[in-house]
Design a protein around this ligand. Structure first.
Ligand code: TXA
Ligand code: MG
Length: 349
C-alpha cells in the first residue's frame, strides 16, 4: 500500500467498556464498534441467533453473507477448510488491515454467517478498539472467537465512519464503542480466493496492484459477467447511496446540468476538484465543496460528506468524476454505486 496520510488520534476506550461490550457479544447481543475502514455492527459469528439479529437490525436480506472479524491473536485456520498459500501470503502482508479474504468455510462454522454459501469472509482489523474488543471476546471463546460484522448502517445506506453516524442509523437501540473517526473511511477490499484464482469482489484501500505485488498475479476484476460470482451486497450496482439524488460526471458534463437547473441552484451541491469549479459554482450560486486532492483523504471524508449533504438543504448532489487511475478505483466505485441508485430503472437503495 502507498504511504498513509497522517492518522487522526484514536480516543482511548475504557477497559470496562470493552469488557462490557465483549460480555454483550458473548450473550448473543449486538455491539457497534470502530474499525479502520468503517464502523461495524457485530455479533457472535458462531451464534446463528446473533447473526439473525444483525440482519434484522440492518433490514438486510438473510442470504447476504457477513464478514467475520478476528482479533490480533485470531486463528484464520479455525474458520476455513484449508488456508491456501496465497491466503497466507496476503495475511502476512496486509493483516491486520483493510483486506477481507473469501475462503472455503470449515464444516463446523454455521452457514448463517455466509448466507448459506460454502465460504466465509475473514478480516483482522487494525483499529486498536476493534482489536481490544475482538481480543476480549476471543478470551471468552477459548481463542476461537469471531465477530460477524457488516457495516453498522441500515441496508443500502452509506456506511458510518463515526460513532455519531451509527447513532443516526440506530438511535439508542445499539451499544456503540466510540473509537473516533475511521482512518480509511471506505469498506475493506474483498478478495475471493475460494474459486481457484484470486478475484476482486470489492475495491478498497488495498489495491489490485498491492495484491499483485504479493501474489505475482493480478486478481480478476469484477465485470458483472461472471455467472459463478457469489452474492455480495457490496457488489449490487446500486448501493452505498445517500438519500439525496447524486449524479457523477466529468466537470464539463456537469456544467450544462447546473445551467439547466439555475432556478434551483441554491439547493444544488457541487463536489469537485477542478480548480476553476469553485469560482464557477460561486457565480452560479451553487453550494461548492472542494473535493480532496488525495485519494486516501477523499475516501476518509466521503461518507461523512454525503451524510452532511443529506442533512443540509440540498436537493441534488453533483460530483465530479475522478481519474480512472488505480489510486482512485475504490472512491470511483463507491461514487458510481451511489449514482447508480438514482439512474433510471434502479430500484431505491
Ligand atoms: O470494511 C469492512 O469490510 C466493513 C467493516 C465493518 O469491517 N464491513 C463491511 O461489511 O463492509 P458489509 O457486510 O457491509 O460488507 C461485506 C461484504 C458484503 O458485500 C458481503 O456480501 C461480502 O462482504 N461478503 C462477506 N462474506 C462473503 C462471502 N462468504 N462470500 C462473498 N461475499 C462475502
Ligand atoms: Mg455495508
Amino acid at each position: 500500500m502507498s504511504p498513509r496520510p497522517p492518522q487522526s488520534p484514536v480516543p482511548a476506550v475504557a477497559a470496562e467498556r470493552i469488557e462490557e461490550a465483549a460480555t454483550l457479544l458473548a450473550a448473543g447481543q449486538l455491539v457497534a464498534f470502530p474499525t479502520e475502514t468503517v464502523y461495524g455492527l457485530g455479533g457472535d459469528a458462531q451464534d446463528p441467533a446473533a447473526v439473525a439479529r444483525i440482519y434484522a437490525a440492518k433490514g438486510r436480506p438473510s442470504n447476504h453473507p457477513v464478514i467475520v472479524h478476528l482479533g490480533p491473536n485470531g486463528d484464520p485456520q479455525y474458520w476455513v477448510d484449508a488456508l491456501p498459500d496465497d491466503a497466507k501470503r496476503l495475511i502476512d502482508a496486509f493483516w491486520p488491515g483493510p483486506l477481507t479474504l473469501i475462503l472455503k468455510r470449515a464444516a463446523h462454522i454455521p452457514a448463517a454467517v455466509s448466507g448459506g454459501q460454502d465460504t466465509v469472509g475473514l478480516r483482522a482489523p487494525s483499529h486498536p478498539v476493534a482489536q481490544a474488543l475482538l481480543d476480549a471476546f476471543d478470551a471468552r471463546r477459548a481463542g476461537h472467537g469471531g465477530v460477524a460484522a457488516p457495516s453498522a448502517n441500515r441496508f443500502g445506506h452509506v456506511s458510518p465512519t463515526t460513532a455519531q453516524h451509527v447513532r443516526e442509523e440506530f438511535g439508542d437501540s445499539v451499544y456503540v464503542l466510540d473509537g473516533g473517526a475511521c482512518d480509511v473511511g471506505i469498506e475493506s477490499t474483498i478478495l475471493d480466493l475460494s474459486r481457484g484464482f484470486p478475484a476482486l469482489l470489492r475495491p478498497g484501500r488495498v489495491t489490485p496492484v498491492d495484491i499483485a505485488d504479493v501474489l505475482g498475479v493480478a486478481p480478476r476484476l469484477p465485470d458483472g459477467s461472471d455467472a459463478t460470482a457469489p452474492r455480495a451486497s457490496g457488489t449490487l450496482k446500486a448501493h452505498y447511496a445517500p438519500r439525496t439524488p447524486l449524479t457523477l460526471a466529468a466537470f464539463e458534463a456537469l456544467v450544462p446540468l447546473l445551467e439547466g437547473a439555475r432556478n434551483e441552484s441554491a439547493h444544488i451541491a457541487l463536489v469537485a476538484r477542478t480548480s476553476s469549479a469553485g469560482a464557477w459554482a460561486d457565480a452560479a450560486g451553487v453550494h461548492f465543496v472542494a473535493a480532496p486532492e488525495d485519494p486516501h483523504i477523499y475516501a476518509r471524508e466521503l461518507y461523512g460528506l454525503l451524510r452532511a449533504l443529506d442533512r443540509a438543504d440540498v436537493t441534488r448532489i453533483l460530483v465530479e468524476k475522478l481519474p480512472e487511475t488505480a489510486e482512485w478505483v475504490a472512491v470511483n466505485d463507491r461514487l458510481g454505486r451511489a449514482a447508480a441508485a438514482f439512474e433510471a430503472g434502479a430500484s431505491p437503495p
